[in-house]
Every structure is written in C-alpha cells, then in structure tokens.
Design a protein around this ligand. Structure first.
Ligand SMILES: [Zn+2]
Length: 227
C-alpha cells in the first residue's frame, strides 16, 4: 500500500510517498499496518543526499498489536527505498584459545549449536553439541596418534575414548560424560534423565579447556626442546 508521510529533512519539509510493509515482523501475518508516526531526517532531501528516515507502524491484528519501525531512504523519486531489518545480533561463542587449531570443525559445529540454542531449538542444539564433541575428541585423539587417523575416524566415539584417552584420565572422564549425555540428546530413549544440555555444554567446555591447555603445553615442550 502507498502512504504519504510528511518528513522534516534538514533543509526542507517534504511529503514523501512510501510503500508500507505488508507483513508484521512479530506475528508474520499479512496485514495493512496502522501508521503511527515518523521520524525526522538528519540529512537533506535532495535525491543525491539519500536522506534517511523511519516510520512507525502497528500490527492491526487484535492478538498482536505490536509496534515496529521501518527505515526508508529518500533516493528514487517518487518512491523511497524500504530497508529490511533482520534483528539477529551476532552470537558470541566463548571457546578456549587455540582449540580451533586442534579441531576447526568442532568450533564450527559448536557455534551452530549455540545459534540453535539461542533460537530455543533445544533438540537440534543437543544433537549439535553432541556432534561437535565427537569432532573435538576424535581430532584430539588423532593429533596424539597421527598414525591411527583413519581408524579413529571410523570407530565409535566410545571406543576412541576407551582406547586413546587412557593417558589423560580427566579428559577421558569428561569425554565419557559428554558421550553419555550426548547420546541421550541423539537417541529416542534417555538414560541419564538427571543431566541436560547445560551439563553437556559444561563437560564439553571443560574438555576443551584441558585439550587447549595440552596443546599449549606441547607447544612449550617442543619450544624448550629445540633451544
Ligand atoms: Zn502482528
């Protein structure tokens, strides 16, 4: 729908024709929004000046009635350009330093699981964390046993933990906990009902701390050995 709004630019007060949005960003339904108000523009109105302004709308559905703001650029007579906002601030994922050097794929999957969790997609997030953990543990085992790379990739996670983490009992215990809770996130029947996705994350992050520290220590060892 077209709508005429009166915008006070830096140099002039001008009536601008805009396209109104056809969907409510809150409830997602199609509607002709109620026009509630508009902002000034801090730029000039000339077509080269790209004066920006915003218009406030309200959803007309009785069970929604939420307000929202659309930004426009006064650039192309007779119609201004509507700017589509997506309210998705980047999600910060805090992981131990250097862990991406042990397993870049772990960082990628873990980050995706965090996004899923932030969207309340708990089921997907749980499976994602479990998968991230598998990559972390297997990549770590491979870094310690490069000659067994193909074997480690192909065997079950539980077996990797049992066969390759014996020298690191604390990492082994954390990895076991991750595998047990993680399997609950993946399988139909839960076995460890008292543990949830928060426990799973806690154990994964602790394991990642140990693994990152071990990576740093190995680096220090090779540094001191070569000097
Ligand atoms: Zn709505």
């Amino acid at each position: 729908m077209k709508l005429d709004v009166s915008i006070k630019f830096r140099d002039i007060l001008k009536t601008i024709t805009i396209d109104t949005p056809s969907k409510c960003p809150h409830c997602g339904r199609t509607m002709s929004p109620q026009h509630v108000g508009q902002s000034w523009s801090s730029e000039n109105a000339g077509l080269d000046d790209q004066g920006r302004f915003s218009v406030i709308f309200r959803c007309t559905y009785e069970d929604c009635q939420k307000y929202f703001v659309i930004e426009y650029i006064h650039d192309d007579y007779p119609l201004s350009t509507m700017i589509n906002y997506s309210y998705r601030p980047p999600i910060k994922v805090k992981l131990p330093e250097n862990i991406e050097k042990v397993s870049p794929v772990f960082v990628e999957i873990y980050s995706q699981a965090t996004v899923a969790e932030s969207e309340s997609l708990d089921q997907i997030a749980g499976v994602g964390y479990r998968k991230a953990a598998e990559f972390l543990i297997k990549d770590y085992a491979i870094s310690k046993n490069t000659e067994d790379e193909e074997k480690i990739k192909s065997i079950m996670l539980g077996q990797v933990i049992a066969d390759y983490l014996n020298d690191f009992p604390k990492i082994q215990a954390l990895a076991k906990s991750v595998a047990w809770i993680g399997n609950d996130e993946t399988h139909y029947v839960r076995r460890h009902d008292d543990k949830d996705i928060q426990d799973l994350k806690k154990f994964i992050l602790s394991a990642a701390q140990f693994i990152a520290a071990d990576y740093d220590a190995d680096e220090a060892l090779s540094f001191t050995a070569s000097n």
